[in-house]
Design a protein. Structure first.
Lengths: 200, 250
C-alpha cells in the first residue's frame, strides 16, 4: 500500500524503534530466519551493541567510566602483552583516576593518545615499565627514568608523540626534543644510546 | 591436524578472543523491576550500572507523532572492566573481555548469575541460548604492505589476481550455517577490522552460535546442553583458520 492509499481516519499508528543495536537488529535475525516458519532469534549481544548511560555523572562515576573504558581498550590488545603489563598499567590508571587525589587541574585521560601509547608499547616492546602521568589536555605521559638519563614521552592521537631525552655528557646535561610517529621513536631511542633506559 | 585435536591442547598463549558472550534469551519480557533488583544484588562485583534505553517513535496521519523512551535493561561493568553483564527484558548475557581465560569460567560464572536471577525471577522462561566469540587476528603485513588472506583463513573472499596490487581497505561477510540435526545455527561474520597494532592488519572472526531446536527444560539438563556447545564453537573457529594463523597465537 502506498502512502496515498492510507485512510487518515483508520490507519493504524506505525511504530519504529530506534536505535537498532545489532543484538536486536535485523542483520542477525533476518539471516537466521530465511525460512519463513522459523521464529526470529536474536543473536548474542556485544558491548558495542548497546548504548547505555546514566542521567548525570558524578566525579566518581566519570573517573570510573574513564578508567573502565581505558581498561577495556587495554584488554582488547592484552594478548600481546605480559600479565605484568596489565597489572602495572591498571594500577597506575587507578592512581591517576582516583577521586581522593583529584585536583582542579587534573584531567581525564583521552582515549586516542592512550591507544597510541599501547600501540607503541607493543611495537617497541620495552621491558621496563614507565611511570605514567596525564597532561592538562588529557594526553597520557610516560617517563622512563634511569639516572642520570631520562626519557619523557607525551603520546598524541594517531600514533604520534613528542618526547624529550635528557642525557648526561662529560660536560653538561643535554636535552633533545623529538616529534614524530611512534614507530620511529623506538629507533630514535636506540640511536641515542638510550635503549637500556626502556629495556631493549 | 584436525580441529578436535586443537581443543584438547593447552590453550593458546595469546588467545585472539576479544569478547566472549554467553546469553540466555527469554520467551516473555522480564519486568524492569526484576532487572533492577538483580543489579542491586550484583552491585559489589559490578559497581557500574547504566540504563539501556529504547526510544520509540510512533506516528500516524491523524495524530502527528509521539516520541517516548523506556528503560529496557541495564549494563553492569565490573571494577576492572573484564566482565560486563547486559540484562535486557528479552535476554541476559555475561561478556568476558580479553585477556580471555577459558570457557569453564564463562560457563560457571554465567550459571552462577543465572542461579542468583532465578531467586528473583519466578518464571524461568528460557527460549534459547547463544554463545558468541569475537576473535581478532593481528597479522604482520608482508613486504608489499598486504597479506595473503588464503594463507591465514579458510573463510572469506577471493580477490581477482588483477586486483592484487590494490590495497585491501575493507570487506565484511556474513554466513549462516545450520547443524545437521537442526539444534543450532552459526552466524559467522568475517571482516577486516581497524589495525590494532603497528605494521599489522587485523581481521575479525565473529562466531555466534544460536540454539534453534528444543532444549531441555530442567535447569541442570539445560546447562549440560549449554556445556555441550563448546566443542561445536571451537571446532568451527579452528576450521576457519590455518596453521599459519595458529602460529600467531603462540
Amino acid at each position: 500500500m502506498s502512502a496515498t492509499q492510507i485512510d487518515a481516519g483508520t490507519a493504524a499508528p506505525q511504530t519504529f524503534v530506534i536505535p537498532t543495536p545489532v543484538a536486536t537488529r535485523s542483520l542477525g535475525a533476518s539471516l537466521l530466519t530465511s525460512e519463513a516458519e522459523k521464529p526470529i532469534r536474536k543473536n548474542s549481544p556485544r558491548i558495542a551493541d548497546v548504548t547505555a548511560s546514566t542521567a548525570v555523572l558524578s566525579l566518581e562515576e566519570s573517573l570510573f567510566d574513564n578508567a573502565a573504558n581505558l581498561k577495556i581498550a587495554f584488554a582488547a590488545i592484552a594478548m600481546h602483552l605480559s600479565p605484568d603489563w596489565r597489572r602495572v598499567i591498571f594500577k597506575q590508571l587507578d592512581r591517576l583516576l582516583d577521586s581522593a587525589s583529584w585536583e582542579e587541574d587534573s584531567a581525564l585521560i583521552a582515549f586516542p593518545p592512550f591507544i597510541t601509547f599501547l600501540r607503541f608499547v607493543i611495537y617497541a616492546a620495552p621491558t621496563r615499565f614507565p611511570s605514567l602521568g596525564v597532561s592538562p589536555k588529557g594526553h597520557i605521559l610516560a617517563a622512563w627514568l634511569c639516572p642520570p638519563q631520562q626519557i619523557a614521552v607525551e603520546f598524541l592521537e594517531a600514533d604520534k608523540a613528542v618526547a624529550t631525552f635528557s642525557i648526561q655528557t662529560a660536560r653538561s646535561r643535554e636535552v633533545i626534543a623529538w616529534r614524530g610517529h611512534v614507530a620511529d621513536l623506538k629507533d630514535f631511542i636506540q640511536r641515542n644510546g638510550l635503549g637500556d633506559c626502556v629495556g631493549n | 591436524m584436525t580441529s578436535s585435536e586443537h581443543i584438547t591442547q593447552t590453550p593458546y598463549k595469546k588467545p585472539p578472543i576479544v569478547e566472549a558472550v554467553l546469553a540466555i534469551h527469554f520467551f516473555e519480557s522480564v519486568p524492569v523491576k526484576v532487572i533492577d533488583t538483580f543489579a542491586a544484588k550484583k552491585k559489589r562485583g559490578f559497581p557500574r550500572s547504566e540504563d539501556i534505553i529504547e526510544m520509540t517513535f510512533a506516528t500516524n496521519l491523524k495524530d502527528s507523532h509521539k516520541n517516548s523512551s523506556a528503560k529496557v535493561g541495564i549494563k553492569l561493568t565490573s571494577a576492572d572492566g573484564s566482565r560486563v553483564i547486559i540484562f535486557k527484558h528479552d535476554q541476559f548475557a555475561l561478556i568476558h573481555l580479553a585477556p580471555y581465560t577459558d570457557w569453564d569460567s564463562l560457563y560457571n560464572e554465567t550459571r552462577d548469575h543465572w542461579e542468583s536471577l532465578t531467586k528473583i525471577l519466578k518464571h524461568r522462561n528460557i527460549s534459547y541460548f547463544s554463545t558468541r566469540y569475537v576473535n581478532r587476528v593481528d597479522i604482520p603485513v608482508e613486504g608489499d604492505g598486504g597479506i595473503d588472506l588464503q594463507k591465514y583463513f579458510n573463510i572469506g573472499i577471493t580477490i581477482p589476481p588483477t586486483a592484487k596490487s590494490l590495497l585491501l581497505e575493507h570487506f565484511t561477510t556474513a554466513t549462516t550455517l545450520m547443524a545437521p540435526d537442526g539444534s543450532y545455527r552459526f552466524l559467522i561474520q568475517f571482516s577486516k577490522a581497524p589495525p590494532a597494532l603497528i605494521d599489522c592488519m587485523s581481521f575479525s572472526v565473529d562466531i555466534d552460535l544460536i540454539t534453534s531446536g528444543a532444549h531441555p527444560k530442567r535447569d541442570g539438563e539445560a546447562w549440560e546442553f549449554v556445556k555441550s556447545l563448546r566443542q561445536a564453537k571451537n571446532d568451527l573457529f579452528e576450521a576457519c583458520i590455518t596453521e599459519e594463523t595458529r602460529k600467531l597465537f603462540e
